[in-house]
Design a protein around this ligand. Structure first.
Ligand code: PLP
Length: 389
């Protein structure tokens, strides 16, 4: 049996996640002794809050090492419910919450629970790369609505609603967005809710905002699924924990999928996560201040390099930058920056064809490393000008 017969058509159809591939290349260079500045990763550089770490250690010592109920431990679902009350003034019954090992498995769980072959999901482009992959993998169809680059890629929910057809199962929204940092305002979220279309909202960057607070779709409708998690806000990417809020009528189906494919989320991590939500929140405000300083620095520094920002980010920790002035596409530039300047960034192509002339910077990296990265890029541009221009 040759390799293409062995590997399923489904797995063959799945494209690479370029940011992760770039990370592998960067790690290989590091193994060969090179010092790489990492601005490709959506990975907070701060460790989780101390009290959350202590709670995890205590939970392990106390023997929380078994499977938990599929839906997640009740203390955590109650803490998530309280979070919605505190943050958005919305009452969510803990019975509507399913604890998952992050938003990534939540995507799989959600789409496998609602999609039949050919069902369409509307997404906005530029998008988080796994969205179209996951929808296609689960036999759905992706309808990608291109946001207006000239206007800075605002999340125009009107355009998403206009794209609805009789095959549409849901609209998927991500605000604040990865990779642009743009946010749909309250009015836009309300319009989406009132359109009557089923909405799936990836709210993983909520709370990481710089001027206005992000609105949850749950403030306007229950005809929706919301996904969120601990990775970004609490620096807990490797702990693998998140949750889904869904209408009551979907809980049993989701539970069955979760039961069969994942059994339950990590037990001691669930225990610790209760403390992340219910404990002191200074860590979150401090972290956002730190990101904001880096954001301001990087916006300024990249503009000085003559690179045009795609948008002025209102949330998350990314900057999407138009690099057409270099005469290189984003992929070539990202490769060359890695090899020649030892700076890792993500090629725009990861986020859709329309942004192949862009690269994405993540500023979830220490400011000293960001400054060093900018200075390496500046030198590289200067050398290139001398050699090629
Ligand atoms: N959703 C978006 C928009 C993201 O940017 C990411 C990670 O970068 C995820 C989901 C994945 O989150 P998790 O770590 O909870 O799987």
């Amino acid at each position: 049996m040759n390799i293409s017969e062995l590997i399923s058509k489904r797995a063959q159809g799945i494209g690479p996640f370029l940011a992760m591939e770039l990370l592998t290349k960067a790690r290989n260079l590091e193994s060969a002794g090179r010092d790489i500045i990492h601005m490709e990763l959506g990975e907070p550089d701060r460790s989780p809050p101390q009290h959350v770490g202590d709670a995890a250690i205590k939970a392990i010592k106390d023997g929380y090492s078994t499977y938990t109920p599929t839906q997640g431990i009740i203390e955590l679902r109650e803490a998530v419910s309280l979070f919605y009350q505190r943050e958005y003034g919305v009452g969510i019954d803990p019975g509507r919450i399913i604890v998952t090992m992050g938003v990534s498995p939540a995507l799989f769980l959600v789409f496998s629970s609602i999609l039949n072959r050919g069902d369409e999901v509307i997404i906005h482009e530029p998008y988080y790369p796994p969205y179209p992959q996951c929808i296609k993998y689960l036999d759905g169809k992706v309808r990608s609505v291109k946001l207006d680059s000239e206007a800075g890629f605002p999340i125009d929910t009107g355009r998403l609603i206009e794209a609805v057809s009789n095959r549409t199962k849901a609209i998927l929204i991500n605000s604040p967005s990865n990779p642009t940092g743009m946010m749909a305002d309250r009015q836009a979220m309300k319009a989406l809710a009132e359109s009557g279309v089923f909405v799936i909202s990836d709210e993983i960057y909520h709370r990481i905002t710089y001027s206005t607070k992000a609105a949850s779709i749950l403030e306007f409708t229950d005809n929706c699924i919301v996904m969120n998690g601990f990775s970004k806000v609490f620096g807990m990417t490797g702990w693998r924990l998140g949750w889904i809020v869904c209408p009551e009528k979907l809980v049993a189906a989701m539970q069955r999928v979760h039961q069969n494919f994942f059994l339950s989320a990590n037990s001691f991590v669930q225990k610790a996560a209760v403390h992340a939500l219910n404990g002191p929140q200074e860590y979150v405000t401090e972290t956002i201040d730190i990101y904001d300083q880096r954001r301001r620095y990087l916006i300024d520094a990249l503009s000085k390099l003559g690179w045009e920002l795609a948008s002025n980010p209102q949330g998350a920790f990314y900057l999407l930058v138009d690099v057409s002035s270099t005469g290189l596409d984003g992929m070539t530039l990202a490769d060359r920056l890695l090899e020649e300047a030892e700076v890792a960034v993500t090629p725009g192509l990861d986020f859709g064809e329309t942004v192949s002339g862009y690269i994405r910077f993540s500023y979830a990296t220490a400011i000293e490393r960001i400054e060093e990265g900018v200075s390496r890029i500046e030198k590289w541009l200067g050398m290139r000008e001398r050699d090629e221009g």
